[in-house]
Design a protein around this ligand. Structure first.
Ligand code: ADP
Ligand code: MG
Length: 1137
């Protein structure tokens, strides 16, 4: 169910000032303050919204709030700017009424913020889609651009709009935005060249310097330092809470979104830079010879850079700063400018440049946001214009601004009254005249074409002759003196003659919102807004498309000698257009109020608010609104709200709402003059009647609340009780179920136990029986087995006995048989022997018989012949057999065929011996003489050494070569061979053993038939020549060594040097040869060969014993001779060699 709410619910103070009771300025302020202190910054005067600037962000602009106010009636919720925006938007969309939202208020009161809130609300609630969103975005993004160029920090507001702005937002029939048109009013261009203390120039200058990249600044020939530029105020170069650099990026971004091209942005920045440069151009006075004062530019660098930026020829601009050409009719007069005039010209140029740039920006934005579709648009205009300005020092600007506000007030009154009147007519209520102050008279004072102040100012400006602000004031004094809203000290009206609050050079106007004192100084100049033609022409000559566009009047082709329209004139015209525009639309008012001068939150300065309330004409506003009926409400919501006040309408009224309301009013006895019934609304004349109804409703609501509470509590308790009861039953049933389940489980368990016991018992019984049965069966089996066993054993025994018996019988039988058989065998053998003997005897007997029979047929020697023949045959067979089986011819072959007959034993052995001798002879017969000699030698060696010296067996294999060295053929031994004249029997290398150490030294050993010669082995030089006759004996050991001693005969010539102890590999040969030579010589006695393991050797004087022992195996296989002492040489011979 939708809950119907009302503005009247939970009001702090009164939400609508129309309901203020009593209506006084104090109660008005009191109500505003109370609401302000409760963060209720919005209050209504009928459909007008009063907005107090909270100077802090409040959480009342969230998307949730937007949703809350969306599609709700204006009075349904507490006052909010969204309610007004929603009302305007819906009326535009649904009723096809063009709307305008007029936002007024002093600088810093929150107008611009309000206009943005309205726009953002409309953007949030209107249609969506790619195209629509783009349009919305462009419309919203036009704000940052215009704010950068048109806003500045003032003492009142850090972001004060220094221009008036009216924006038409265009919608299609569905309420989707199509585009917009912006109009700007009167930019405060004086700010470009001079700012009041504590204020700044337009934001863009600071934003550019701090936000642009180094590169951009270089291109623009600018430096980042603000202090370098005369036109920029230093004392508030930075403003806390304003990030110029970041804002610069925002602005560039916004320009991009709105549709500025990159080169357009660049041009705009170049112009901004040019303005800064312009401010730095300074002049110095110079006197000319003709007595005229002239000015010169001090430092031309800035001028040069500016000209470069804008593409102007420097000399042209320089000249424009020095001369002024006045063209009158056909004449051209050129005058020089003094320093003051030059400065004036410079500033005028800067101001014009900037204000024209601003206007161009607006035009350019309009081009972008222009609605594309040609269909009929619905329009919502948002006017964010300066409110009334009442300063200490008010000049031309304030005059113009306040004039604009007068006009706005006028259409406000007009439109409000018109609307009121229209509603009365619509509702069929009789129109009662409403008294109010009509400010048309003030508007007349200012704008009247004949004697209006603006007209007179224009007249004065155009008048030839000297025109000053004073002459203008004089004129005012004469013409407006009688006007009841014009006050001047010099006017004829003597009333102000002694008014010291009104200085001589000022005039005062009683505006609808209060009196304002204007100082005339500057009025004429500002109205003229003069830019010397030389300058505009110089600008036109610039090689810069934007500059050229901004100064079209500089075009020499279109020289217009007519003066340009004055500022006042232009403004009046644009205000006129604006008013005309607004009048065609349904107005919605937002009145912004500033609660204090310090931009502080939570501070409510009553006098300040009172002042604003006055000049905004708020009291006037309320009065006009209350002039007829203070409050009106449609019948349905009215009946809905108050139906509880009458029994007939409570709780439901069945009939039409109007009748219900009538019954209600009659029942409540509200005096008839207090209200009127319209067609769809009830009109209540006095707020107190409404409050009476509200009071009654409040009481009634309390009673109703008690009643509702009572019934609700009763219902709640009852339902609680019922719930408890129901629960109890459920719980009880669950519990019973649980208990029964438990019990059942127990019984079931017990049954199972008993059952199991019984079954167990039965089973055990059965088991026992079965076991007994089984045991019985087993016993039977066992007994049977035993019995069978016994039986079997008995049988076995019986069978065994039987077998034994049988065996015995068999054995006995066998014995008997054996005996029988042996007996038989014996008998048979005996029989056979007998038979054999019989046969033999028979054979002998037969033989004998045969022999006896055949003896007579043989000769007497036949037997001998047969015998001989048999013998011959045997012998023949034997020899032939032996011949074929003869062994080889080798004398060492010991084989011999076996003897075939025993009787040939002797013959066989003899034949063997003979054969062996024969083959030896055969063997010997093939020997030559030399070989024979060799074998003889070998034989002799055998005789000498066999079984006497262990060396012998190894020498048998060695042939006795004799001359091993072949001395005669060897040239080395030529000398030696020539020394030995006889045939050499043996030549070999021997070792001559040294007595001193037992070591041997090699010597040539040469043996001839007569001598033994020892010579040096290398050279062959003769060492000893011993005649064999001097050799007494030779001693050798019985072992395997090759040692031998040649013992010389004592007293012989050779014996002088002593015996020779030598060793040789050919010992056997040498000694055999020595012995053979001695035995063959007839004149010599036989050489003694002495074989002994210990013999004496005569070394010169001493006899030394040479002893042979078996060497231990560790000495290896070699024979070693060691001198043991002076008389003993020990030769160790390896055991097995
Ligand atoms: N509704 C608001 N909520 C919060 N702050 C506000 C509101 N309205 C205005 N302000 C503050 O007051 C300052 C001045 O408002 P602005 O709209 O620029 O004033 P005006 O345009 O009337 O000169 C803003 O910068 C903002 O800080
Ligand atoms: Mg503003």
């Amino acid at each position: 169910m939708e809950v119907k709410t009302s503005l009247l619910d939970n009001m702090i103070g009164v939400g609508d000032m129309v309901l203020l009771e009593p209506l006084t300025e104090d109660s008005f302020l009191e109500n505003l303050k109370k609401r302000f202190n409760h963060n209720e910054i919005y209050t209504y005067i009928g459909s007008v919204v009063i907005s107090l600037n909270p100077y802090r962000s409040l959480p009342i602009y969230t998307p949730d709030k937007v949703e809350e106010y969306r599609n709700r009636n204006f009075y349904e919720l507490s006052p909010h700017i969204y309610a007004l925006a929603d009302e305007a938007y819906r009326s535009l969309r649904d009723q096809d009424k063009d709307q305008c939202i007029l936002i007024t208020g002093e600088s810093g009161a929150g107008k611009t913020e309000a206009s943005k809130l309205v726009m953002s609300y409309v953007a949030a609630v209107c249609g969506k889609g790619q195209e629509v969103n783009k349009v919305k975005e462009q419309l919203l993004q036009s704000n940052p651009v215009l704010e950068a160029f048109g806003n500045a920090k003032t003492v009142r507001n850090d972001n004060s709009s220094r221009f008036g702005k009216y924006m038409d937002i265009e919608f299609d029939f569905k309420g989707d935005p199509l585009g917009g048109v912006i109009s700007n009013y009167l930019l405060e261009k004086s700010r470009v060249v001079k700012q009041p203390r504590g204020e700044r120039n337009f934001h863009i200058f600071y934003q550019l310097l701090s936000g642009a990249s180094d590169d951009t600044l270089k291109k623009l020939k600018l430096e980042r330092d603000v202090s370098k530029y005369n036109y920029l105020s230093l004392d508030s170069a930075t403003v806390s809470g304003l990030d110029d650099a970041a804002n610069f990026r925002t602005v560039r971004n916004a320009m991009q979104i709105v549709g500025f091209m990159e080169d357009e942005m660049q041009s705009v920045l170049e112009l901004v830079a040019a303005v800064l440069k312009l401010g730095n151009i300074e002049f110095k006075p110079e006197s000319r010879c003709n007595g005229m004062d002239e000015s010169r530019i001090k430092d031309k660098n800035d001028l040069k850079e500016m000209c470069e930026l804008l593409g102007i020829e420097q000399s042209v601009l320089e000249r424009a700063f020095s001369y002024r050409t006045v063209e009158a009719k056909m004449e051209k007069v050129s005058t020089t400018l003094n320093v003051a005039q030059a400065y004036y010209a410079r500033d005028a140029l800067a101001k014009n440049l900037y204000s024209r740039l601003f206007s161009w920006l607006v035009t350019r934005i309009n081009e972008s946001i222009k609605a594309q579709a040609k269909t009929r648009h619905k329009v919502m205009g948002v006017l964010d214009i300066y409110g009334f300005e009442i300063f200490e020092d008010n000049s031309f600007e304030q005059f113009i601004i306040n004039y604009c506000n007068e006009k706005l007030q006028q259409i406000f009154i007009e439109l409000t009254l018109r609307e009121e009147q229209e509603e009365y007519v619509r509702e069929g209520i009789e129109w009662t005249n409403i008294e109010y102050f009509n400010n048309a008279i003030i508007c007349g004072l200012i704008e009247n074409n004949q004697n209006g102040i603006l007209a007179m100012l224009d007249e004065e400006c155009l008048r030839p002759g000297t025109v000053t602000d004073e002459t203008f004031l004089d004129k005012l004094n004469t013409i407006c003196a009688d006007h009841q809203h014009f006050e001047s000290r010099l006017s004829k009206n003597s009333k102000f003659l002694n008014d010291h609050s009104l200085p001589h050079n000022c005039f005062r106007i009683q505006h609808y919102a209060g009196k304002v004192l204007y100082r005339v100084e500057g009025f004429v100049d500002k109205n003229n807004d003069l830019l010397y033609r030389d300058l505009s022409q110089a600008m036109y000559k610039a090689n810069h498309s934007l500059i050229k566009q901004l100064f079209p009047e500089g075009n020499p082709v279109k020289v217009n000698l007519k003066r340009p329209p004055t500022a006042g004139f232009q403004f009046k015209a644009s205000v006129g257009t604006l008013m005309g525009n607004l009048q065609t639309k349904n107005p919605n008012y937002i009145r912004c109020i500033k609660p204090n001068d310090k931009k502080a939150s939570h501070v409510f300065n009553e006098s300040l608010v009172c002042h604003q309330a006055r000049y905004l004409g708020l009291m006037e506003n309320i009065r006009v609104r209350r002039a007829g009926y203070a409050f009106r409400q449609a019948y349905e919501p009215c009946l809905e709200r108050y139906k509880m006040l009458c029994k007939n309408t409570w709780p439901h009224w069945k009939g039409p709402a109007r009748q219900g309301v009538e019954v209600l009013m009659t029942d409540l006895q509200v005096p008839a003059e207090e209200f009127s019934y319209g067609r769809s609304k009830i009109f209540i004349r006095n707020p107190r009647t409404l409050f009476f109804l509200e009071e009654k409703r409040k009481q009634c609501l309390e009673d109703l609340a008690t009643l509702i509470q009572k019934i609700y509590r009763g219902w709640k308790c009852r339902s609680h009780f019922l719930l408890l009861k129901k629960s109890q039953i459920v719980v009880a049933s669950w519990y019973r179920r649980y208990a029964q389940q438990k019990k059942y489980q127990k019984i079931k368990h017990a049954t199972t136990v008993v059952q199991s016991y019984t079954r167990g018992w039965q089973a055990r019984k059965l088991l026992r029986e079965l076991k007994y049965q089984k045991k019985c069966e087993e016993a039977v089996t066992t007994i049977a087995a035993f019995w069978h066993g016994t039986q079997a054993r008995m049988e076995l025994r019986r069978l065994k006995q039987e077998v034994r018996n049988k065996h015995a019988v068999t054995v006995i039988w066998a014995y008997w048989q054996g005996t029988q058989a042996r007996r038989e065998l014996r008998r048979l053998k005996e029989e056979a022997r007998r038979k054999h003997a019989v046969a033999v005897i028979w054979a002998y007997w037969q033989g004998l018989k045969v022999r006896r029979e055949y003896r007579k047929f043989f000769r007497a020697n036949a037997g001998k012949k047969i015998y001989n023949f048999t013998i011959q045959r045997i012998m023949q067979k034997y020899f032939l057999g032996l011949k074929s089986k003869l062994p080889s011819m080798s004398p060492i072959d010991k084989t011999w065929p076996a003897r075939p007959y025993l009787f040939l034993d002797g013959v066989h052995a003899e034949l063997r011996r003979i054969f062996h001798l024969w083959r030896c002879k055969k063997y010997r017969s093939q020997f030559t003489e030399e070989k024979k000699a060799v074998y003889e030698e070998k034989l002799e060696a055998s005789e000498l050494f066999k079984d006497k010296k262990a060396l012998y067996p190894s020498s048998v294999r060695q042939p006795f070569k004799g001359d091993y060295l072949e001395i005669s053929k060897n040239p080395k031994y030529q000398k030696l061979s020539s020394a030995v004249d006889e045939k050499i029997l043996l030549a070999d290398v021997v070792n001559k053993i040294n007595r001193a150490n037992g070591k041997g030294s090699p010597r040539l050993f040469v043996l001839t038939k007569k001598n033994v010669v020892l010579a040096d082995q290398k050279t062959g030089q003769l060492k000893a020549n011993v005649p064999l006759t001097d050799v007494a004996s030779v001693s050798t050991s019985s072992q395997t060594d090759g040692f031998f001693a040649l013992k010389l005969k004592e007293g012989s010539a050779s014996a002088v040097k002593g015996d020779f102890l030598l060793s040789s590999d050919h010992l056997i040969e040498i000694v055999t040869k020595l012995h053979r030579i001695s035995s063959m010589a007839a004149d010599r006695e036989k050489l003694n060969i002495d074989i002994s393991d210990e013999f004496l050797v005569q070394f010169k004087q001493d006899k030394v014993c040479v002893k042979f022992i078996h060497g231990s195996p560790k000495n290896g296989n070699s024979v070693s001779c060691k001198r043991k002492n002076n008389r003993l040489l020990e030769v160790s011979v390896p055991a097995s060699s």
